[in-house]
Design a protein around this ligand. Structure first.
Ligand code: G6P
Length: 735
C-alpha cells in the first residue's frame, strides 16, 4: 500500500498539474475553432446570396432573405446598414441594443465579437454588390452560445481523459514496479542463499548488492540490537538494582560443575585455589553481586573439611556474599559423568578440533545420575516455588527438565558455554533427543553467538517434534516455551586483578627479570588450560614460521606460554601436552642461542593477579583456539592494558572474534598466516596499537559481564511478568 502511494501520489500530482494547465488552453482552442467555422459559414451564406442582392433591397428581397436563413439555428438575425453605419432594415430577431458595426468592412467584410445578456454573439458584415459606390452592408448576427457549451464539454472531457490516463499510468507503474521488485528480491535471495556454494555465484546485475548485504550481515554479527544501544554503564550495583526492581524476591541459585573456590590440602594446610575456568571467571562476580547460592562439585582435597553440616561454605572467603553448596561425587561418578560423557563425549562433539567423541552407555548412566543429584540439590535448596535457577554448561543438559518436574514455576536460565555443533555433527550423539528435550525445559537457553543459536534450532528442528518460531527465536514443546538467544559472555570491568598491579614498566621489569629476558626482546603471551581446542602446538609452529620468514626476530622475540594442566587423565589431553612440549623443544633446539629461547612453556596453574602482570608486560597476546565458544583470555588481556597498548592476535574460530574486531584475526590452521600476523603485530606503529586497543577496551568495558547477566535477567523478568499476567485468578478467569 505504501509503495502504491509512493508511486501514485507524484504521478497524480504531475497529471493534475498538466490537466490544470491544459484545460483553459483546450477551451480557448475549441472557441477559436468553432468561431472560424461560424465565420466561414457566414461567408458561404453571403456568397450564396450576393448575386441576388443589389444596392437597394426591396421589402420582398428582404423577406426572401429572412425566409432563407430561418432554418439556420445559430443565426439570430440580419440587418442592412448604410455606408454611414445607419441600420435601415432588420429582421425580427435583431437584438434591440445592437447597432451597425462601427468600422467599415475590411476587404468587403468584417467580423466582430460581442456579448449580449443572453450570451456571446458574432456580427459579420459584408459589403453589398452595386454598380456604383457601395450601397451598404448586409449584417448577420450569429448566436455563439453553442461554442460556450462545447468549450465546457471540451474542458470536462480533457479533465476526464487525463484522470483516466493518470489511473492507467499509476496502475501500470505500480504493476511494473512490483514485478521488478519481486524479481530483484528473488534474485538477491537466491544470490545470498548461493553464497555458501562457490559454484553458484550471484548474477552480475546483483553481485555487488549481494556483496553489500553480506558485508552488512557480517558487520552486524558483532553488533547489538537497537535496544541494547541505549547506553547503560553496567556495574555490580546496576545489576543489584535490576534484580531488586525487576525480579523482586527472586531467589538466585547458580549451578555448575566447577566450583568458584577450591579448598586444597597443601602439606597439611588449607589453601584456596581459584580454578582456570572461563565459566567461573564470568559467573563469580555476578553471584557476588546477586547473592544467593552456588551449587557445584566439591573437588578440592580439603573441601569436605571446609563446609558446615549442610555442605555450605560462605564465599568469597575474605568478604562472604553468597553461599557455596558442595555436591560430593564418587570416583566412578566423576569418571563416567565428568571425564566420560561430558569431556570425552560432549566436549569434542561441540568443538571442531577433529578429536573423535566417545559415547559409552555406562558414562551416560552416570551423567543422568549426577544430573539428578544436582537437580535434587537445587530443589532442596530452593526456599520458594519459583527460584531463578542459572544452570551452567554442558555438564547439566538434563538438569532443567529434572528441576522443572519438581518446580514448575521456576525460571530456569541455562547457558551453554561452549559452541553448539551443526545437526550433522550433533546427530552422532546417541542421546541427542534426551539432551535436547532436557535443555528445552529451560525458560531461556543462551549461547555466545547467533551462529550457535541457529545450530541449536536446526538440531531441534531435525530431531524433535515441536514448534520453532524463528522470528522470535523460541521453541515450544507441549505447554512450555524456551527463548533461544545469544548472550556473548564477558568479564568484570574494571578487572579485579588490576588492583595492586605495578605500572606497565614495573610489570615488564618484574616479568623480564623472572624469565631472564633481555630488554630488547619483544614478548608475546599465551594463557590457557592445556586443552587440544586451544591450538597450542600450532601456535608454536607459527613462531617457527615467523623465525623462518623473518629472521630479524631471531634472538629478539619470545612466546611465553602458560598452560594450566586440565583433564590430564584423558588421553587426548596427554597427547596434546606431549605434542606441545615436543614441538617447543624442537623449535628451541633449532633457533635457541646464547641463553635465548623463542618459546618458554610453563605448564602450571597461575592465579589471576600473576596472569594480569604477564598481560601487562607483554607486547602481544596470542589466542589461537581451533574452536572456542567465546574465549575470555582475549578480553582479560584487553582489560589488563590500561595503557591502551598491546596487540591481540585472535582466532577467527573463537566467539570473541565477533566482538574484538580490532584484533589481528587469524586462521589457526594457517601456520604461515599466523606467523605473518605475529610479525605484523610486532611491526605495528604505536599509534595503530593504541587506536585498536582503545576500541577493544571500549567494547569490553561497555559489554562487560554485568551487561551479559543484565540482559539475561531482563529477559527472565519479562518472562516472569508475562507468566504472572497469564496466571488464572482464584475464580479461574485469566486476568
Ligand atoms: C570450559 C568450560 C567450563 C569449564 C572450564 C574448565 O570453559 O566451558 O565449564 O569449567 O572449561 O574446565 P574444567 O573441566 O577444569 O572445569
Amino acid at each position: 500500500m505504501r509503495m502504491t502511494l509512493r508511486f501514485a501520489l507524484p504521478l497524480l500530482l504531475i497529471l493534475g498539474g498538466i490537466t490544470w494547465a491544459a484545460s483553459p488552453l483546450m477551451a480557448n482552442l475549441v472557441d477559436r475553432w468553432f468561431r472560424g467555422d461560424v465565420e466561414s459559414h457566414a461567408q458561404l451564406l453571403f456568397d450564396s446570396l450576393k448575386d441576388s442582392l443589389t444596392g437597394d433591397l426591396t421589402e420582398d428581397q428582404i423577406a426572401t432573405l429572412i425566409s432563407r436563413i430561418n432554418g439556420d439555428k445559430h443565426l439570430l438575425a440580419l440587418g442592412l446598414c448604410t455606408p454611414e453605419g445607419q441600420l435601415t432594415r432588420r429582421s425580427a430577431g435583431w437584438p434591440p441594443p445592437l447597432g451597425c458595426p462601427a468600422t467599415p468592412p475590411d476587404r468587403g467584410r468584417a467580423f466582430t465579437k460581442g456579448r449580449l445578456k443572453s450570451g456571446p454573439i458574432l456580427t459579420s458584415a459584408f459589403a453589398l454588390p452595386s454598380q456604383g459606390p457601395t450601397s451598404g452592408y448586409l449584417v448577420f448576427v450569429h448566436d455563439l452560445r453553442f461554442i460556450d457549451d462545447r468549450s465546457r464539454w471540451a474542458e470536462a472531457y480533457t479533465v476526464g481523459l487525463f484522470a483516466l490516463l493518470a489511473t492507467v499510468a499509476v496502475a501500470v507503474a505500480v504493476l511494473i514496479t512490483r514485478l521488478t521488485m519481486r524479481g530483484w528480491v528473488k534474485a538477491v535471495r537466491e544470490g545470498l542463499a548461493n553464497t555458501a556454494d562457490a559454484r553458484l555465484p550471484p548474477s552480475p546485475e546483483i553481485a555487488s548488492l549481494v556483496g553489500d548485504v553480506q558485508k552488512m550481515l557480517r558487520d552486524g554479527e558483532g553488533q547489538r540490537e537497537p535496544s541494547e544501544m541505549i547506553r547503560v554503564d553496567w556495574t555490580a550495583d546496576s545489576l543489584k538494582h535490576l534484580l531488586k526492581t525487576e525480579l523482586p524476591d527472586a531467589e538466585v541459585i547458580v549451578v555448575s560443575n566447577r566450583e568458584p573456590y577450591i579448598h586444597n590440602d597443601v602439606d597439611g594446610e588449607i589453601r584456596i585455589q581459584r580454578p582456570a575456568s572461563g565459566l567461573v571467571t564470568a559467573l563469580e562476580p555476578i553471584t557476588r553481586a546477586c547473592g544467593g547460592i552456588w551449587i557445584a562439585h566439591g573437588s578440592g582435597s580439603a573441601d569436605r573439611r571446609s563446609v558446615d553440616e549442610k555442605d555450605h561454605v560462605a564465599v568469597p572467603p575474605d568478604a562472604p556474599s553468597y553461599v557455596l553448596r558442595r555436591i560430593w561425587l564418587t570416583d566412578e561418578e566423576v569418571e563416567g559423568y565428568y571425564f566420560g560423557l561430558a569431556n570425552e563425549g560432549l566436549w569434542p562433539l561441540c568443538h571442531i578440533a577433529f578429536i573423535r567423541p566417545a559415547f559409552r552407555a555406562a558414562d551416560w548412566q552416570h551423567y543422568v545420575a549426577v544430573n539428578r543429584k544436582f537437580a535434587d540439590a537445587i530443589v532442596a535448596e530452593a526456599k520458594s516455588p519459583n527460584p531463578l535457577v542459572l544452570v551452567q554448561d554442558y555438564h547439566f543438559a538434563l538438569v532443567p527438565k529434572m528441576v522443572r518436574e519438581s518446580l514448575p514455576d521456576a525460571t530456569i536460565i541455562t547457558f551453554w558455554h561452549i559452541p553448539w555443533p551443526n545437526p550433522e555433527m550433533f546427530s552422532i550423539c546417541p542421546w541427542r533427543e534426551e539432551i535436547l528435550s532436557g535443555l528445552l525445559s529451560s525458560s531461556i537457553l543462551g549461547f555466545h553467538t547467533q551462529f550457535h543459536c541457529i545450530n541449536f534450532l536446526d538440531s531441534v528442528d531435525r530431531f524433535l517434534e515441536c514448534h520453532i518460531d524463528r522470528e522470535h527465536s523460541t521453541v515450544t514443546t507441549g505447554a512450555s516455551t524456551t527463548l533461544i538467544r545469544p548472550y556473548p559472555i564477558s568479564i568484570e570491568w574494571p578487572a579485579a586483578a588490576l588492583a595492586g598491579q605495578p605500572d606497565i614498566a614495573g610489570c615488564r621489569k618484574a616479568v623480564y627479570a623472572k624469565f631472564n629476558l633481555s630488554e630488547d626482546i619483544r614478548l608475546a603471551i599465551g594463557v590457557e588450560r592445556f586443552d587440544y581446542t586451544k591450538g597450542i602446538p600450532d601456535r608454536f609452529r607459527a613462531v617457527e614460521s615467523l623465525l623462518e620468514n623473518h629472521p630479524e626476530w631471531i634472538g629478539r622475540f619470545c612466546l611465553l606460554q602458560i598452560a594450566a594442566p586440565s583433564r590430564a587423565q584423558l588421553a587426548a589431553y596427554q597427547a596434546v601436552q606431549v605434542e606441545a612440549q615436543d614441538v617447543a623443544r624442537a623449535i628451541n633446539d633449532r633457533f635457541g642461542r646464547d641463553g635465548w629461547q623463542p618459546i618458554i612453556l610453563i605448564a602450571r596453574h597461575h592465579d589471576a593477579a600473576e596472569i594480569c602482570t604477564l598481560f601487562r608486560a607483554a607486547d602481544l597476546c596470542v589466542v589461537t583456539s581451533l574452536h572456542d565458544g567465546m574465549n575470555l583470555v582475549a578480553k582479560e588481556f584487553v582489560a589488563a592494558r590500561d595503557d591502551d597498548d598491546g596487540v591481540l592476535i585472535l582466532s577467527t574460530f573463537a566467539g570473541a572474534s565477533r566482538e574484538l574486531l580490532e584484533a589481528l584475526i587469524v586462521n589457526p590452521y594457517d601456520i604461515r598466516g599466523m606467523g605473518e600476523a605475529i610479525h605484523q603485530g610486532l611491526s605495528m606503529s604505536s599509534d595503530q596499537r593504541r587506536d585498536r586497543m582503545r576500541l577493544m577496551r571500549e567494547m569490553v568495558a561497555e559489554y562487560n559481564i554485568y551487561f551479559w547477566a543484565g540482559r539475561m535477567l531482563m529477559d527472565a523478568a519479562r518472562i516472569r511478568k508475562r507468566q504472572g499476567i497469564e496466571k488464572p485468578l482464584d475464580n479461574g478467569e485469566p486476568i
